[in-house]
Design a protein around this ligand. Structure first.
Ligand code: PMV
Length: 311
């Protein structure tokens, strides 16, 4: 057993550009890291047998990590610590979060990856960190594909196929995106189960939709490398339509994508499990296009994030 925790650990969030849900069925997903999602600081308590504490003010979390707790965050953190043979008592862990929780931007994977790194250390092998974090992610999401954990641990722009080592993708320059949180709650596990139910009822209909989502990702790989933003945007629009046909969009997400396209975005889609959470949009090519997009969402009462995905 590791007797101590490292003093600090970080993890990225993620934005899935292509392939959510289809990735569960073996299709490729393309996801980019969002740096600065979570920084954890661990401080040893005077009594090594004292109950472990976890506080992440930005996520409204102030928890005692007791073994009999039903709280999913407590269970996930204890599962992750236990998987790496880390200490289960005697520390206060405080988190500084730069992204919202529960919005499909990888907050739960960031938490589990950062907790694993508190035990395994900053130089730990990424695969070992991912494996440990998945013990916690399973508490939140049942049987996650692993895409969130891979991006949270490795950073960068990744192509991920379930069960294979992720591949870093070339990006022909920083990629400007706008991410907008619908503020609608949703459960990734429930949405993944709903897609499973539709798949099982209409297998011959749903399979080609999942395959087509995979093809969007394959085409997008070239568009990203060539910095062909109109092509990338068109593929995002197609991917959103396919996700809608799987039943994971919602009126508000569709409305937000329409708003983005109406004010000149090259493409827009839901990102993550859907049902609520965020959309991601690619602004037009002019320097003012991103501002136009941001203004439109602010006028509708949203708090859009402007980010550059880095090569
Ligand atoms: O964690 P979320 O809500 O961004 O969704 C994860 C992506 C899914 O493909 C829907 C599920 C998975 O395990 O890959």
């Amino acid at each position: 057993m590791a007797l101590s925790l490292h003093p600090r650990a970080e993890a990225c969030g993620k934005v899935i550009l292509f392939g959510e849900h289809a990735v569960v069925y073996g299709q490729p997903a393309i996801a980019a890291a969002l740096p600065g999602a979570l920084l954890l600081t661990a401080t040893a308590l005077a009594d090594p047998a004292a109950t472990m504490m976890l506080k992440i003010p930005a996520w409204d979390l102030d928890l005692s990590l007791t073994a009999d707790s039903e709280h999913p965050v407590v269970r996930a953190v204890l599962e992750t610590l236990g998987y790496c043979d880390g200490p289960l008592h005697g520390y206060a862990i405080v988190g500084d979060a730069g992204l919202p929780a529960g919005a499909g931007l990888g907050s739960s994977a960031a938490l589990c990856v950062a907790v694993a790194r508190l035990v395994l250390g900053p130089d730990a092998d990424a695969e070992a960190v991912v494996e440990a974090s998945l013990a916690g992610e399973r508490v939140f999401h049942g049987a996650p594909s692993g895409v969130d954990s891979q991006v949270a641990a490795r950073g960068g722009l990744l192509r991920f196929v379930r069960g294979s080592e992720p591949e870093s993708l070339p990006l022909g320059g920083p990629l400007p995106v706008v991410i907008v949180d619908s503020k609608q709650d949703r459960s990734t596990g429930a949405l993944v189960s709903a897609v499973r139910a539709r798949h099982d009822r209409f297998t011959m209909v749903v399979r080609p939709i999942l395959d087509a989502i995979g093809q969007c990702g394959l085409n997008a790989t070239h568009a990203l490398a060539d910095r062909d933003l109109p092509r990338l945007g068109e593929l995002m629009n197609i991917n959103h339509g396919l996700l809608k046909s799987l039943g994971v969009s919602s009126p508000i997400l569709d409305e937000m994508c329409s708003t983005a396209l109406r004010v000149g975005a090259l493409g827009a889609k839901l990102t993550g499990a859907g049902g609520g959470g965020c959309i991601v949009a690619i602004p037009g090519p002019e320097p003012t296009d991103r501002d136009t997009l941001l203004t439109a969402f602010r006028e509708d009462g949203f708090h859009p994030l402007a980010l550059d995905i880095q090569p």
